[in-house]
Design a protein around this ligand. Sequence first.
Ligand code: C2O
Ligand code: CU
Length: 459
Amino acid sequence: MLAALGLGQEDDAAMATLRQPRVAPPYPEDTPSTGRVREFELVAAPTALPLLDGRSLEVWAYNGQVPGPTLRATHGDTVRVRFTNKLPQPTTIHWHGIRLPNGMDGVPGVTQPPIPPGGTFLYEFKVKDAGTYWFHPHLRGSEQVERGLFGVLIVEDQKPGPFSRELVWVLDDWRLDASGQIDGRFNTRHDLAHDGRWGQVSTVNGAVQPEVPLQPGERVRLRMVNVANGRVFAPSFEGLGASVIAIDGLATDRPQPASRLELAPGNRVDLDFTVPEALSNQRMEVMDHFTRRPFPLATLVVSGEVVRPPEVAAVAPPPSPDLSPARALQPAETFRLNARRGGPFGIEWTINDEAFHHEGEHASAHHKVYRLPAHQWATLRFVNESSRLHPMHVHGQFFRVVARNGASVDEGHWRDTVLIRPRETVDVAMFPQDVGAWMLHCHIQEHAEAGMMTLVDVH
Ligand code: C2O
Ligand code: CU
């Protein structure tokens, strides 16, 4: 597949001579294998499920459920997924945030051919980082993800944490038509000209404002994933003394206050909180504050006996990396984000004036590929020349935000997806370690499909 992209052996040799001496990596390049293989079967197929307010909704689902099954492995395990496509369209599975061999990344026309209806594919990779990840199709995402194809992949730490309960919240929204079914008009001009498809109904795990039973004293690890096509969620957990312990999978440098949380499409946030005993026999609404009209996402219902959580020390976060070498660099690449008329939908979203289209095996053959040498710092600059939001995501790598609009920033955590606001410039520092051709794209499904994708070749 790489040959189709014009990446050859000679280029690798040329790059090798330019390579600087090896620097200590800011996150481990690899992890020892546990020798354990976790096997899963995933089937994507249309079905109908009681979702939202409980009425029957026609969806596309992994294993007949929305969200799809939560796959669990332990740090260092090998995950093996036998996938069957029973959809009326070709598809692939992308493992969002997971560092894996490039051929397992699920990008059609780049790392694998699309899986046709009736086709199968075997995904297999070792999980090198503990944390909260997810999976979704990487073909016609604006339709396939919207119809219900997404699931959570949890990589557990080898040592159990200090929690007495774990919650997984998949945040999503749905645009319904007059009959209450998923509106079948995808990639409309309106959605393309705005921040993608935002629905009128938001859900947690497929349900509208579910009740979440908790006991006082419980120590909770809440793993949240935003799988929406375009909507940004900003849930507030005031009064719980919650702290953020991980973002986009990896642990934060230190626990951070959970005020002003923001999850753009693709982002994950893990919270740590202890249910206050003062909340006994009370209900607490978790509100979303991203838009001007706050709405409740879920209701915490606290009742029952006081729980004493296990007395286990929390897993210590890895030391924070020294970003000074990265901060001293000029951007290795600048990505200008903009739109223009044209393309299959009438509006194209571009990166440096190029639009990338997945469909077909050779769609990317003549596309520019950005090259980044492995095992050294590089900074990338995103310049949002448009007045829309762009949650920019890079496959196979983590990065740190080092500046916004020229002002130095230290977020205290890694990311794989960063929200770029209208007219904003964001600099990120990356230390690529996993070689291959990796997608860099906007995670608003409609923007990506209208061209806002490109490839970064790490070698
Ligand atoms: Cu979750 Cu290429 O994305
Ligand atoms: Cu975008």
